[in-house]
Ligand binder design. Structure first.
Ligand code: NAP
Length: 354
């Protein structure tokens, strides 16, 4: 099969680097261009990223010497080469919306990590296992803009991936109140521990804008099924490189039994039949051990695409509490976006492009 040519916008950043490593031997997609800011443009990728490269493996050979283009200024050149771009830009939100729309108007499919378009009414915000039906909005978006092949889809914030997949199989029991506290790694801010001295031996109980996203984005993902659910979130930065943990308490209209909850988690793997390359074998893994999930041990479950959960127990105020964990730059960012692109391909949304 001829691979689909893709580009990465924001390729030099933390999420951009993840895209590069995850797409290295991808069976469907091939990275043919990398783009970043004008200050990186014109340089070889390895020189532009320099000592900011933080992945465990080296820069893939074909990417290391690739010339970096400017995401906005070189748009025509990028659009000619690719069918799809993964957007991991970090810049002014209005600017991002404009750039992403312009790529779509050039006939390019945009799968974005950024929050800029998450509340645009005709832009679907997708967790592939949870709301693949929201892709139907693409037709409306294309009609609204008069775009033939291009469109924009987004993935939600990384923080919510540690608890939304766990509450989704329980929607049938009508959750009412969700209290969540997230413990988020520094890579979620595009940083490393070494490069963020204030985070060493420290916990910071504030992440700008994160609590609002953590409370509201799940409701858009669940759509009509979110009726009656209220979420309150506290988001805390902790001194870890990767991995977001969530301590969650939930009340229900129809209180399930613990075994109904565990079965719901065990059996929830709605993408299984599509056999998407980045889909983990088990979407959700429940640990019976009382001290799991642990960030260092479990964040890479299913190549960083699995969600782990443990410590299911009765709560003294709400009905149950538990602890979830996901890898923020894989499931929560680049990996989630690649899975979304695979879903688009499997559902025929990329057919017009090849
Ligand atoms: P980052 O490490 O700061 O990288 C930002 C990228 O944007 C770099 O490639 C940078 O290029 C590029 N950029 C900055 N200004 C630009 C401009 N004017 N024109 C073109 N490119 C420009 O950020 P990140 O952590 O990878 O995050 C990227 C996006 O993903 C953000 O929107 C973030 O909110 C979102 N996200 C991140 C995570 C996570 O876990 N980190 C999770 C979910 C979503 P230069 O190197 O040339 O400056």
């Amino acid at each position: 099969m001829k691979k689909i040519p893709v580009g990465i916008l924001g390729a030099t950043g933390m999420v951009g680097q993840r895209f590069i490593t995850l797409l290295k031997d991808h069976p469907w997609f091939e990275v043919v261009c990398v783009a970043a800011s004008p200050k990186s443009a014109g340089k070889k990728y390895k020189d532009a990223v320099g000592d900011r490269w933080v992945m465990d493996e080296p820069i893939p050979k074909n990417i290391a010497n690739m010339k970096v283009l400017a995401a906005e200024e070189d748009m025509d050149q990028i659009a000619k080469q690719v069918s799809l771009v993964f957007s991991a830009l970090d810049m002014d939100k209005d600017k991002i919306r404009k750039i992403e729309n312009e790529f779509a108007s050039h006939g390019v499919v945009v799968v974005s990590n950024n929050s800029a378009h998450r509340w645009t009414p005709d832009v679907p915000m997708i967790i592939p296992e949870i709301n693949p039906d929201h892709l139907q909005l693409i037709k409306v978006q294309q009609k609204n803009h008069g775009w033939e092949n291009g469109f924009v889809v987004v993935k939600p914030n990384c923080s919510i991936q540690s608890y939304v997949p766990l509450i989704t199989p329980l929607l049938t029991f009508q959750p009412k109140k969700v209290m969540v506290t997230t413990l988020q790694a520094v890579s979620g801010a595009g940083k490393t521990l070494e490069g963020w001295p204030q985070m060493q031996e420290n916990v910071i109980p504030f992440i700008g804008g994160e609590e609002e996203k953590s409370e509201k984005e799940p409701l858009k993902i669940w759509g009509n099924e979110a009726k009656g659910i209220k979420i309150t979130a506290t988001c805390i930065r902790v001194p870890l490189e990767d991995g977001h943990m969530a301590s969650v308490a939930v009340s229900f209209t129809k209180k399930p039994t613990p075994s109904q909850i565990k079965n719901g988690w065990k059996n929830f793997n709605p993408l299984k039949s599509l056999k998407l390359p980045s889909s983990p074998k088990h979407f959700i893994t429940y640990f019976e051990e009382e001290d799991r999930p642990q960030t260092r041990l479990d964040r890479d479950l299913g190549n960083g695409m699995g969600i782990s959960v443990g410590r299911l127990r009765e709560d003294t105020i709400l009905d149950y509490k538990f602890v979830g964990l996901s890898h923020n730059t894989i499931r929560g960012a680049a990996g989630g976006a690649i899975l979304t692109a695979e879903l688009l391909k499997a559902k025929g949304y990329l057919d017009g492009k090849n």
